[in-house]
Design a protein around this ligand. Structure first.
Ligand SMILES: Cc1cc2nc3c(=O)[nH]c(=O)nc-3n(C[C@H](O)[C@H](O)[C@H](O)COP(=O)(O)O)c2cc1C
Length: 190
């Protein structure tokens, strides 16, 4: 494979798609689309997302000390794209597109009815790096769609869950499972 170097830039992929939920001062919910997001500790369970620039989400996460992270499925693509291209400073986004939400059972964070997998997190740290900020949250609760029966290791059915996948400027879906973890070891033993 012949390779060439390109200038360091933000091209990074694939990325998962989540909606970070917070409550505004007037009680309305706000959601922003975030794709720079991952797990960072198992015990205690923690996750982190990165954000840069002026965003209502950053302000509210810092002020309220908590947020929800709602997995986006392919069915939620329109909603997610709207939340990712509209500022919460200017609009009541949920009202605009009639997105249904409720208060999380564990924390005072809005959670989306349509999302099948939601983390409720309390903010434990903010790390400033370059022009970005990393928000680290301890996971206090995970809300899982009732139809998902087995959430054990290796049991999540990504075909049925239908998570939306992001690559700069484009959305994708997952269509096929092609392996299980440990398959290389099995092959070497045979
Ligand atoms: C596909 C996509 C991915 C995005 N990922 C991020 C991200 O990882 N971090 C971030 O700070 N903003 C990201 N954004 C931008 C925010 O979602 C956007 O600025 C949003 O309007 C912020 O809303 P708010 O002002 O209500 O917080 C993304 C937008 C899109 C469309």
């Amino acid at each position: 494979m012949v390779k060439h170097s390109i200038l360091p830039q933000r091209g990074f992929f694939p990325q998962p798609v989540y909606l970070i939920g917070t409550y505004k001062d007037d009680g309305n919910p706000n959601f922003a689309l975030i794709t720079w997001i991952t797990f960072c500790s198992v015990n205690p369970p923690m996750m982190m997302f990165a954000s840069r620039g002026k965003k209502l989400t950053r302000e509210l996460v810092e002020k309220n000390g908590m947020f929800s992270a709602n997995l986006v499925t392919t069915n939620m693509m329109f909603m997610a794209d709207y939340f990712g291209n509209t500022s919460g400073y200017e609009k009541n986004k949920c009202e605009d597109i009639q997105a249904e939400y409720s208060k999380g059972p564990a924390l005072n964070v809005p959670v989306l009815k349509e999302s099948p997998w939601i983390y409720e997190c309390s903010l434990i740290d903010i790390i400033e790096k370059g022009d970005g900020y990393i928000y680290i949250g301890e996971i206090k609760n995970i809300l899982v769609d009732g139809v998902i029966e087995d959430i054990g290791y290796g049991k999540i059915d990504m075909i049925n869950l239908k998570p939306l996948i992001y690559a700069p400027g484009q959305y994708y879906k997952i269509t096929e499972k092609i392996g299980t973890v440990g398959l290389s070891k099995k092959k070497l033993i045979e």
